[in-house]
Ligand binder design. Structure first.
Ligand SMILES: C[S@@+](CC[C@H](N)C(=O)[O-])C[C@H]1O[C@@H](n2cnc3c(N)ncnc32)[C@H](O)[C@@H]1O
Length: 195
């Protein structure tokens, strides 16, 4: 694709540093560039929005999401692993729109008001393969629920493909959401809560 070869994609300010630290740490679960670009665009559609990322990792997607948000929007990102999250903290915590939480995503979700977020990027097991209902419950009408890594990958454990199929089927038939699976980057699902 000429478009994607053109290197026309503008990078978020702190991304190069985050990617360098991510490599140094040997953290292999970071989001890809084309996932980031899509997240940035979707984040830009929520001026003044309340955004949530489950699974900060080293802050790769966090940096893309922040880059799309306007000055009034706020993002909370949560991870259980303080060591990887420390990279995001060093790179991004000066941005007052961002709150980094070290803790369990499912516990966090259970303590959020219903239909309170405009955008949820669920990039950890909780909120996706467990606690799907809890993650969907916090999405506002018109808000996004986004997941990636839906296309087959060589390092998947043997039973993971069936979990992915079950998740895709759950989303496709969910009466409260309009869902589009995209063969983009690692395989993305974009769902929007219906009014
Ligand atoms: C796929 S990685 C996140 C990648 C990151 N969003 C990015 O764009 O680079 C998944 C992350 O989920 C975190 N995680 C695992 N279990 C969790 C839990 N119960 N609650 C919150 N985060 C969790 C892992 O520590 C890991 O950093």
């Amino acid at each position: 694709l000429k478009l994607l070869e053109s290197k026309a994609i503008r990078q978020p300010p702190k991304l190069a540093w985050i990617l360098e630290k991510t490599r140094e740490l040997g953290f292999h679960l970071a989001s890809e560039e084309l996932t980031g670009v899509l997240l940035r665009t979707l984040a830009a559609s929520k001026p003044g929005g309340l955004l949530l990322e489950l699974g900060t990792g080293t802050g790769v997607a966090t940096s893309w999401i922040l880059d799309g948000m306007d000055s009034e929007a706020v993002l909370t990102s949560i991870d259980t692993d303080a060591k990887v999250q420390e990279v995001a903290r060093q790179a991004l915590s000066a941005d007052r729109r961002l709150t980094l939480v070290t803790g369990d995503a499912l516990y966090f979700l259970k303590h959020q008001p219903a239909e309170s977020y405009d955008f949820v990027f669920a990039d950890a097991m909780p909120g996706k393969y467990e606690g799907l209902a809890e993650a969907l419950a916090v999405v506002k009408p018109g808000g996004f629920y986004i997941i990636d890594d839906m296309l087959p990958q060589v390092h998947w454990p043997k039973d993971h493909a069936s979990s992915v199929d079950a998740l895709l089927a759950d989303m496709a038939r969910h009466p409260g959401f309009e869902t589009t699976p995209l063969a983009w980057a690692s395989g993305i699902v974009v769902a929007v809560r219906k009014h």
